[in-house]
Write a new protein. Structure first.
Length: 276
């Protein structure tokens, strides 16, 4: 059992206070939020801590933070998706950080989902370490299993405007100041591989391959190849339902890659092995 830390984790506050001119503050209420670039020096952290409700909680395997890509909202080349937590404890502070795949998306902003009570929240994108950090706290428990914030990205030019779970990495999250687990819920289409393969008449061979991959499909589609760290190595490859499509992989190094086939808003994903 650990003492409740009503303020966000110390490393988050120290970082944010070191960036007073560029961090954004979000003050949330049931009617919405306001955003400003006010300095964090106006916040009396000690005073907030003294006013906190004392208690004990245990952050364990029953507690997780969810990045809900399956509920993404698309608007052209812009996308946003909610983040929330599940916990069997009363949660008074909620913090997280992440890096993102610069080859596919560009960070835009974080907006708040009103949770029924005021919530003091801040975020900052540090270009030095390419990390987005968010911290929040409240004097009453934050709503559980309810979207707290929306993360916004813009797709990089030439990138297929569909999210992938590889777009986020190096995730860290804290509930009441204690580390907890993170879960990326992928776009719903990613989990439909077997059904899509059958519906599309999709076949890939040979796997593993040394230089070429043959793709057969019963519809026009777009194909792209990513490295396991999320870097886009091949993109905008048009597949035709007429005849066999042959993909030249000679320029890629040996290893495991993620191949994605996109058609009419659905995505088929499969790992492929290149062994020369």
């Amino acid at each position: 059992m650990k003492s409740l830390k009503i303020i966000g984790c110390a490393w988050m506050l120290m970082f944010l206070c070191a960036q007073p001119n560029s961090a954004k503050s979000l003050v949330v209420s049931a009617s919405g939020y306001t955003e400003s670039a006010n300095s964090f020096e106006r916040i009396n952290v000690a005073e907030l801590a003294n006013d906190a409700i004392l208690g004990t909680v245990s952050i364990d395997s029953a507690d997780s933070v969810f990045f809900s890509m399956n509920n993404a909202i698309y608007n052209g080349t812009h996308v946003s998706f909610p983040i929330y937590f599940n916990s069997d404890d009363l949660i008074y502070s909620f913090d997280y950080s992440f890096k993102f795949n610069h080859n596919r998306v560009a960070f835009d902003t974080i907006t708040m989902e009103p949770a029924g009570q005021p919530l003091l929240a801040f975020f900052h994108y540090n270009t030095n370490d390419s990390t987005v950090r968010f911290t929040s706290s409240n004097l009453v428990a934050i709503a559980n299993a309810t979207p707290i914030a929306m993360i916004h990205f813009d797709f990089v030019g030439g990138t297929t405007p569909l999210l992938d779970s590889t777009d986020l990495y190096n995730l860290k999250s804290y509930l009441n100041g204690d580390a907890t687990s993170e879960v990326i819920i992928p776009p719903t289409t990613v989990g439909l591989n077997d059904d899509l393969a059958a519906e599309w008449g999709l076949s890939l061979f040979p796997v593993p391959t040394s230089s070429e991959l043959n793709v057969k499909i019963n519809r026009d589609a777009n194909l792209e190849v990513l490295s396991l760290d999320g870097k886009l190595v091949m993109s905008n490859i048009n597949l035709s339902f007429q005849g066999m499509n042959t993909l030249n992989l000679q320029d890629l190094q040996n290893g495991i890659y993620l191949l994605r086939v996109i058609s009419e808003g659905s995505v088929f994903s499969q790992k492929i092995v290149i062994a020369k």
